[in-house]
Ligand binder design. Structure first.
Ligand SMILES: *Cc1c(COP(=O)(O)O)cnc(C)c1O
Length: 386
């Protein structure tokens, strides 16, 4: 048998061992973690909806009406009116013809990629794409070509050299860097090259675009230009699950072929109702996005002035590049001593030598709370400058 214990020990010595913090109470910036009060800057709850009273009330009311369990898969007898309503809502919200509700973003990526490409086909995938995209590519058994991060020229060359069915897949907002994919250029290139473009906008939906429709809304990209959009609901939307939006032809095809849609129990229908309530808030309260943008600007101006190295991100994902694993851990530990929770992200989540503190901002943070983080960072400025 493999020596699992020594593998764990090796990880510990490399500063790569991971542990979990035990959270209590609602998910919000003022968090109880491992029994201690902390101010968190590492959640993906970008709009502060995870514990919003109206969303919780919608869930409770729906549970009272339809119960809890999903009971069966969608193709047996699990496809509830509540799921149907959410799908229609998501299609309208993203400006697409139809949408399909998945249990998680991980499953959406696995299901969509493996359904739309197979043996003999080629998938082109950005080098910094999310792990679930990478796993979807492996599961598809298609040939996979990774292109350098956001490098449209290399991708163009790769596409020109390839025959047969081609699928291009990219994050909209990159999860560990916070930057955007060059979606306009990618859309034009895919069209010229007869490649199907899939955009995973897990971190853009709810946050970007005037109405919160995400990266595609911000760039004005229609369904003709970007056929398939994947979004997750556990981040800015504050609930759970994911969706794929696009032309009916493709969502209908996915109902037939996406194994992670077919062979799993439908999500609790009440959760779909709660998600509709969260979408109502996202639509009705653009001030959440405006406040978030102000926090982002202030954070960037002030941390750069302190000598920290940031990445070219205009999104709530604002990594502080540190480089060394131990140094990243040390910065995270010192902030935690001041009651500030910001996690260090290390390989293999990010490339070797690019360990970082992944700071995330939320519309739920007050100006005073951001000030506490900035003061904390000022006290650790000796660790700045990767
Ligand atoms: C978080 C994330 C996912 C996975 O979504 P879950 O609903 O959390 O499973 C997929 N893609 C990207 C880019 C993500 O950041």
């Amino acid at each position: 048998m493999r020596d699992f214990a020594s593998e764990l020990e090796t990880r510990k010595q490399a500063g790569l061992h991971r542990t979990r913090r035990l959270v209590d109470g609602p998910q919000q910036p003022a968090l109880t973690a491992d029994g201690k009060p902390v101010l968190a800057f590492c959640s993906n709850d970008y709009l502060g909806l995870a514990s919003h009273p109206a969303v919780s009330a919608a869930l409770a009311a729906a549970v009272a009406g339809v119960g809890v369990g999903g009971a069966a898969s969608h193709l047996i007898c699990g496809h509830h009116q509540a799921h149907h309503r959410l799908e229609q809502r998501l299609a309208a919200f993203t400006g697409r013809s139809s949408a399909l509700f998945f249990s998680t973003g991980y499953m959406a990526n696995l299901g969509v990629i493996s359904a739309l490409a197979g043996r003999g086909d080629t998938i082109f995938s950005d080098r910094l794409n999310h792990a679930s995209i990478i796993d979807g590519c492996i599961l598809s058994r298609a040939k996979v070509k990774r292109y350098p991060h956001n490098d449209v020229q290399v991708l163009a060359d790769q596409l020109a050299q390839t025959r047969g069915h081609k699928l291009v897949v990219t994050d909209g907002v990159f999860s560990m860097d916070g930057d955007l994919a060059p979606l306009k250029e990618l859309a034009a290139l895919c069209r010229e090259s007869d490649a199907l473009l899939v955009v995973d906008d897990a971190h853009g939906v709810g946050v970007l675009g005037t109405h919160g429709g995400g990266s595609l809304e911000q760039l004005g990209l229609s369904e003709d230009e970007v056929p398939l959009l994947i979004g997750t609901l556990g981040k800015a939307v504050g609930t759970s699950g994911a969706f794929v939006a696009g032309p009916e032809l493709l969502t209908e095809y996915l109902v037939q072929k996406a194994r992670t849609y077919i062979y799993t129990t439908a999500m609790p229908p009440a959760l779909a109702e709660a998600t509709c309530a969260a979408l109502d808030i996202i639509t009705a309260e653009p001030q959440r996005r405006a406040h978030l943008q102000r926090l982002i600007k202030r954070f960037r101006d002030r941390t750069q002035a302190l000598g920290y190295r940031l990445m070219p991100s205009q999104t709530p994902i604002q990594p502080i590049l540190v480089g060394d694993n131990w140094r990243a851990l040390e910065l995270s530990r010192r902030l935690e001593e001041m009651g500030l929770l910001v996690t260090a992200i290390r390989p293999p989540t990010v490339p070797e030598g690019e360990s970082r503190l992944r700071v995330t901002l939320s519309a739920a943070h007050t100006d005073a709370e951001l000030e506490r983080l900035l003061e904390g960072l000022a006290q650790c400025a000796d660790l700045a400058g990767a």
